[in-house]
Design a protein around this ligand. Structure first.
Ligand code: ZN
Length: 114
């Protein structure tokens, strides 16, 4: 399950930050989730609840996430455009030489503590 792997990654990162700052309990973790990560929000929340409640640090902590649009960049003309629904063909010059430039990762934006 993809979502659970990401949740464990977030919990590790938050735990590391909390320990470094002497924080005993976290109330809320806010994320930016790229559209191209394939993360399903409902499954993500479910996985978070399951895993977070098994730690002292994150028991009961909320997870907020905002979606970041996936962007492609054309290597032929330099245009950046929304990856969905345009796909891999550049809408400006028609080149297929495009790469995913944003929206393929999960970023921790903030951690709220008591
Ligand atoms: Zn182009």
């Amino acid at each position: 399950m993809h979502e659970l792997g990401v949740v464990f990654y977030i919990i590790d990162a938050v735990t590391e930050t909390a320990e470094a700052n002497g924080v005993g309990h976290v109330d809320r973790v806010s994320l930016e989730v790229g559209e191209a990560t394939g993360i399903v929000p409902d499954l993500f929340q479910e996985a978070w609840r399951w895993a977070a409640d098994r730690t002292d640090l994150l028991r009961g902590a909320a997870l907020s996430s905002v979606s970041v649009p996936a962007m492609n960049r054309c290597r032929a003309c330099g245009l950046e455009y929304p990856a969905f629904p345009a796909g891999p063909t550049c809408p400006s010059c028609g080149s297929g030489d495009t790469v995913l430039a944003a929206g393929d990762d999960v970023t921790i934006v903030s951690i709220e503590v008591t």
